[in-house]
Design a protein around this ligand. Structure first.
Ligand SMILES: [Zn+2]
Length: 150
């Protein structure tokens, strides 16, 4: 696996810039037009793990669409869905942020959003919950459901 990186979309020209994770706190400019990039809004290149401490920063305060997968290691549907979720995270880097929440370790985040079974996928935009999908989804279904937030 390559170094963790983020995709920052330039608000001036729309170019996607790849930023190494180690540089996330620094200032950066667009490689194409040299406009400043807003790295707080950079999208991870893969699905990231979020817990009760990081949820506010990674999901609620993120200025873009976020797909949140609640999962558990004992759940067969989850184990089939996780690689699909990861694949779509790579494909949609720069457009949709993908995060995973382990249900049993984060009971508060489950009860806060009434997540009663896994897998459950929640879609957020600008910190607001806009949709939810309960149950295992194949790649086509998940892609279709994500079209609404892109
Ligand atoms: Zn640019």
């Amino acid at each position: 696996m390559a170094e963790n990186a983020f995709i920052a979309r330039c608000s001036s020209c729309g170019a996607k810039n790849r930023i190494p994770a180690s540089r996330r706190g620094e200032k950066a400019v667009c490689g194409r037009c040299k406009a400043p990039l807003h790295l707080f809004a950079a999208f991870p290149e893969r699905a990231i793990d979020v817990d009760e401490r990081s949820f506010g920063q990674e999901v609620i305060n993120f200025p873009g669409p976020v797909a949140v997968l609640y999962w558990a290691p004992w759940c067969g549907h989850c184990r089939r869905m996780l690689p699909v979720f990861e694949e779509l995270a790579v494909q949609n880097a720069g457009s949709i942020k993908f995060v995973k929440i382990e249900l049993d370790k984060n009971p508060y985040l489950a009860s806060q959003y009434q997540v009663q079974s896994v897998p459950t996928t929640l879609l957020f935009r600008e910190g607001r919950l806009i949709n939810r999908f309960v149950g295992g989804l194949g790649k086509d279904q998940l892609e279709y459901n994500l079209r609404a937030v892109r």
